[in-house]
Ligand binder design. Sequence first.
Ligand code: CP
Length: 305
Amino acid sequence: MKHLVTIQDLSIHEIDDILKEAQKLALTSTPRESENILIANLFLEPSTRTRFSFEAAERNLGFHVLNVDEASSSMTKGETLYDTIRTLEEIGAEAVVIRHHQDRYFDELLGKISIPIINAGDGCGNHPTQSLLDMMTIQQEFIVTQGLNVVVAGDIRHSRVAASNAELLEKMGANVYYSGPREWIPEHCKKRYLTMDEACSTADVMMMLRIQHERHVDGMNMSKEEYHRRFGLTLDRECRMKRHSIIMHPAPVNRGVELADELVECSRSRIFKQMKNGVFVRMAVLNWALDRIKEESTYGIAAEK
Ligand code: CP
């Protein structure tokens, strides 16, 4: 069974195919032909963009959608994640999209579930569809990702977006650098550290991150104003960016903290473009997952014959 739980699940060839398909879908959204497909969405952590862009993607493809509401589901009675997914599978879901607060929640499901799991974000772990939509946005700006300088700035340690993006960007040949408070820079990223001032003159893509307060054990030891001044993309720093450089952010944005309010929709910003691309990438990912099931069942039938 092909799942998409981390970027490692995709070969370069599959990444290229998904991104090409997403670009095609951006020009003309094509429903899948004559199939009565049911997809389940299970969001056990808040989400606006990922949840609703998956739902929009499913509806654009002509699928039926089951949105599982945790508060009114039997998970409140102690039903496990595994039993919940097995139930959705028996009810007829052909794929399940899951967001979960726990890192690698999917480890307990892999090998036991026979429908594709599409990871919509696990704790501080992975967010593979975010990194694909970010790559689509980058490719709309830069023909070649090989050698592109991408600075990921902010709360790297607690960011699943940073982790998946670094993996995908490196796979595609980009140079990935990190910036932000040193205590939030994981050990393996320290040799690629830049101050925010260095970052601004280096980056072709400046990828800003929100402070993930919900994952911090200790509170933040500085005010929002101090954070903005020391680690944020201020108006002054934006003036020192290269002419062609763009600003990205997975959102939600804390305006005036990691990014000056005025920069959220400035001419360099691709933040709302990222959100739009999210629908097309998620359509392409759903098609990819369902095509893999078709291939597996065709191969199975052929093997039986
Ligand atoms: N970028 C992102 O994952 O946003 P949501 O948490 O709103 O889904």
